[in-house]
Design a protein around this ligand. Structure first.
Ligand code: SF4
Length: 428
């Protein structure tokens, strides 16, 4: 069902008298099944929209609009397509109980892959979905490949009915669709020869595969399905060697690295992270590939905008993984601002000690790390810990945390975003 959630004031839809709650049924005679149909079918300038009012009355809106003019209609969020796999390494299966319900939804939705860059396995994609992807040219898609070897992939996804990903990608590629791919590596299942085969297959798809990321399996203390091996330093180093060999070849033959190990893989292997040139356009930064290098760049580029805070003491909360990399960054920020920075490393109380990512810290961890720190003039916490409603994963809100702590607390993506603001420089 495609339902209107909001109508922009003074928009075409408002002029037509469209209301929130209206169900949109068809555009130019073609029935709507979801937001994608709406998005693509309303691209025309002349539209006949069939709809049903909240009281059940059917209406038809006819309109003509100028090129580029928006209709002013926002839709209710789509029903997400659920995942048909049961990967042993599934992060959602590794969540503790008692969190808010939406966090447990295992989505595997090619539509969200196109619209928001969510990774999808394409294992629940049917023939009519393929036709839609091709017709609407849903490109690029973000695809969890994990392994191109069919047998290995069945085991990884714990799904005997999974379609052959190589055949799926090839078919879509013939229709002009491109992909950003990821391989989550489970030692012993899809590293070594299986990874080599995957990288080779993806490489052979040419321009269709825009980038590939190799990410280590991430487990929490609740990952009850997992029976495989953990990722140790030696395995991470050997995977990186393999990935970097492909990266060198890609740079030589295509002028870009093409395949990158995630930041976590470098940290697990205890290796220095590559510089910006390695990541090109940072195609998979949201997947933790190049985020540290990007942070270093943003800090370097923003130092001259930092407000002077001589004599202030600023606490910076982070997770265990980032802690060893923070020293040089904080020194630079200290030189630029005149403030003294203290790195405060918080442990993850919700997921357990194996989860060391700063972005997965919860409200309770921030409170524990900063309680009674009356000596701090301000604290910076990772902005990624909060959702768009400013709520942590454990349902504490930023307002709760701020109220309980003795210093002003600012969520920050790259320090500069807070430290460049005069408002945070004149704190009480
Ligand atoms: S594809 Fe695997 S990891 Fe992703 S949601 Fe499904 S079960 Fe979890």
């Amino acid at each position: 069902m495609v339902k209107v959630s909001r109508i922009e004031p003074d928009s075409i839809a408002a002029e037509l008298g469209m209301q929130p709650g209206v169900e949109l049924l068809a555009v130019n005679g073609r029935p709507l099944s979801d937001f994608l149909d709406w998005e693509f079918l309303t691209a025309d300038e002349e539209l006949v929209i069939e709809a049903r009012q909240p009281d059940g009355e059917q209406v038809v809106y006819e309109l003509e609009r100028l090129e580029g003019e928006t209709l002013g209609v926002s839709l209710e969020p789509p029903t997400v397509r659920r995942c048909a796999n049961r990967c042993e390494f599934c992060f959602i299966e590794g969540l503790p109980t008692g969190l808010r319900k939406p966090l447990y939804i295992r989505d595997d939705d090619y539509r969200l892959s196109f619209a928001y860059g969510n990774f999808a396995t394409l294992s629940n994609v049917r023939e009519r979905d393929i036709a839609r992807i091709l017709e609407y040219r849903l490109s690029p898609l973000y695809v969890s490949v994990h392994a191109t070897n069919h047998e290995a992939r069945k085991v990884l996804l714990n799904n005997a009915r999974v379609p052959d990903i190589k055949a799926q990608l090839s078919r879509l590629a013939e229709g002009g669709i491109q992909f950003h791919c990821q391989m989550v590596i489970v030692p012993g299942l899809n590293d070594e020869g299986v990874l080599e085969e995957s990288l080779s297959d993806l490489w052979n798809m040419g321009d269709a595969v825009l980038s590939a990321a190799v990410v280590p399996v991430g487990l929490t203390q609740f990952s009850h399905l997992y029976t495989g091996k953990g990722m140790d330093r030696e395995t991470a180093a050997s995977i990186l060697d393999q990935v970097e060999r492909w990266g060198v070849r890609a740079m030589r033959e295509r002028g870009e690295t093409w395949v990158c190990g995630s930041d976590e893989l470098y940290m697990l292997a205890d290796r220095e992270l590559p510089g910006p040139a390695h990541y090109g356009e940072f195609a998979q930064i949201e997947n933790g590939v190049g985020s540290v290098t990007s942070l270093r760049m943003r800090v370097g580029n923003g130092l001259d905008r930092v407000v002077r805070r001589h004599g202030q003491r600023i606490g910076v909360v982070t997770g265990l993984a980032m802690a060893p990399l923070m020293g040089p960054l904080l020194e630079r920020l200290s030189d630029a601002s005149g403030a003294e920075f203290e790195l405060i490393v918080a442990e993850n109380s919700l997921f357990g000690p194996t989860i060391t990512t700063a972005g997965l810290l919860v409200g309770k961890d921030i409170l524990a790390a900063l309680a009674n720190r009356h000596d701090l003039d301000m604290a910076l916490i990772p902005a990624e810990t909060l959702n768009e409603d400013r709520v942590f994963l454990d349902d504490y809100t930023l307002a709760d945390v701020r109220q309980s702590l003795p210093m002003p607390v600012f969520p920050s993506y790259d320090f500069i975003d807070v430290l460049e603001s005069e408002a945070s420089g004149v704190l009480a």
